[in-house]
Design a protein around this ligand. Structure first.
Ligand SMILES: Nc1ncnc2c1ncn2[C@@H]1O[C@H](COP(=O)(O)OP(=O)(O)OP(=O)(O)O)[C@@H](O)[C@H]1O
Ligand SMILES: [Mg+2]
Length: 462
């Protein structure tokens, strides 16, 4: 026993991947017939082999070993271990098992193939045996599952401990990020009634550009041209939409119209934006540490950003009191700032902003708040995820001012639905409302080239 301990210590100091521990193979020489194992048996076998592997692998060098070499050595080990079990798996089942075990040892287990699949945007683990994914805008149940709650919890632990956080009964939820930038939220018992749940928004290495959004019919050419003009003329833009409707993607795409010479400061809870310009400073909030201290909020960062001489401030999503400071920034020389808000219509977006300012408890009269909103925000871009899974701009509206206590706004472009096709696709067109926007003069004054025809109903239908 002591000798074994000594040899394991020696090995763990060296670069040896597989520790010397004999695998006991039963005496009989006869090769058993290949067998098919059902899902449950497969999961159990995998779990057994996984703990055997953990026992035999020198985890301290695992990162230093080339993946192909690791695969070779793990495959050899697994072969030995399976032989010891007197099992003969069919070759596809064996290869799948080795791959899954490599994922268990090196990565995030059953999540790995989903993370590698470029057609998947979101991974939603409702419980250990129910995993949904979003592909092409639609949710579908995946065949991936974890062995049991403990298995899922172990993977969650792996994710959160990699970013120096922890999750337990006293702090049963956590926001984290994977190494590739994917956004993760995990929640466990007692808050999650049926066991651990996990939501992952995958980071897209090639975020959608405006051109690609136009190709996907999320908006049309005219609307894209209008957005370019609005950004160039430095109007303040609020992008609104429901959860997962494409707000961050749109903000990222629209920001590409910002002149590269301008200084941009971005503020986010989890850095998702991938601005192409070089003159960009990215700020990110910090959650409280395990003693509940050291939190840095978006509001802190917006205030700090004002001292950084930014030309434009971009807040990933306004959720709370930072909204007040953002409005002030928009009103005080940081024209062309942008943010997103979670709301289901352009009108709703303004109410959400108002609510967030009210939550500050500054006891400002409603009219004051509304007139501040009306003078800060000029454009509201509304996004929606439609029933066929497509994400579209459903309206581009401008705020025109105040009438008594009400903020007035008018639509410039709207998506007019015309029912559904046989296969469930939403039919419709993105059309100008025919109104020449009030901000047109501002666009002209800023020297931006806009064609008045684009606002004429019928002239531009695509
Ligand atoms: N127009 C689009 N067409 C197809 N896919 C899109 C489109 N816009 C966004 N997506 C994809 O949809 C997913 C959600 O997009 P995004 O993160 O921009 O949404 P969001 O509204 O910011 O979500 P959340 O409310 O969670 O912050 C992403 O994976 C993104 O790549
Ligand atoms: Mg977002």
């Amino acid at each position: 026993m002591f000798n074994e301990y000594k040899s394991r210590r020696a090995a763990s100091k060296s670069n040896v991947l597989v520790l010397e521990r004999p695998i006991e193979v039963p005496k009989s020489k006869a090769t058993p017939e290949p067998v098919d194992v059902d899902l449950q048996a497969h999961l159990e076998l995998k779990s057994r082999l996984h703990s055997e592997l953990l026992d035999r692998l020198n985890l301290s060098v695992i990162d230093k070993v080339e993946r192909s070499e690791l695969k070779r050595q793990i495959a050899a080990l697994v072969t030995g271990l399976i032989e010891a079990e007197r099992l003969h798996l069919r070759s596809e089942a064996f290869t799948a098992l080795v791959d899954e075990l490599i994922h268990e040892v090196m990565g995030l287990g059953p999540l790995e193939p989903l993370l590698e699949d470029p057609t998947i945007n979101d991974i939603l683990v409702n419980s250990y045996d129910q995993v949904y994914v979003e592909r092409f805008g639609l949710l579908e149940q995946s065949s991936v599952r974890f062995r049991d709650e403990r298995h899922l919890l172990r993977i969650i632990d792996k994710i959160v401990s990699r970013v120096g956080r922890r999750i337990d009964e006293s702090q049963p939820w956590v926001d984290a990020r994977l190494e590739d930038g994917s956004r993760v939220n995990a929640i466990i018992r007692p808050c999650s009634v049926d066991g651990p749940a996990l939501s992952i928004r995958k980071f897209s290495r090639n975020p959608l550009t405006i051109d690609k959004l136009v190709q996907r019919d999320s908006l049309n050419d005219q609307a894209a041209k209008l957005l370019a003009a609005l950004v160039e003329a430095r109007l303040n833009i609020l992008i609104s939409g429901g959860t997962g409707s494409g707000k961050t993607t749109m903000l990222n795409a629209v920001s590409s119209y910002i002149d590269g010479k301008q200084r941009i400061v971005t503020i986010e809870d989890a850095a998702e934006l991938q601005l192409q310009q070089s003159h960009v400073v990215r700020l990110e909030t910090r959650p409280p540490n395990s003693e509940g201290q050291g939190v840095i909020t978006q509001r802190d960062l917006v205030r700090n950003a004002l001292r950084m001489r930014p030309d434009r401030i971009i807040v990933g999503e306004v959720r709370g009191s930072e909204c007040f400071d953002m409005l002030q920034a928009m009103n005080t020389g940081h024209d062309g700032s942008m943010t997103t808000v979670h709301a289901n219509s352009a009108r709703d977006a303004l109410s959400r902003v108002e609510q967030m300012v009210t939550m500050l408890g500054a006891d400002l009269p409603v009219r004051t708040i509304r007139s501040q909103i009306a003078s800060a925000i000029q454009i509201v871009l509304q996004l929606s995820r439609l029933s066929d899974g497509t994400r579209r701009v459903v309206s581009i509206s401008e705020i025109t001012g105040m009438e008594d206590d009400t903020i007035t706004m008018q639509d410039i472009f709207v998506f007019k639905r015309r029912g559904k096709s046989e296969n469930g696709d939403v039919l419709g067109e993105f059309l100008p409302t025919g109104i020449r926007p009030k901000c047109f003069d501002q666009l002209v004054a800023a020297g931006v080239d806009v064609d008045t025809n684009m606002f004429i109903h019928g002239a531009t239908a695509s």
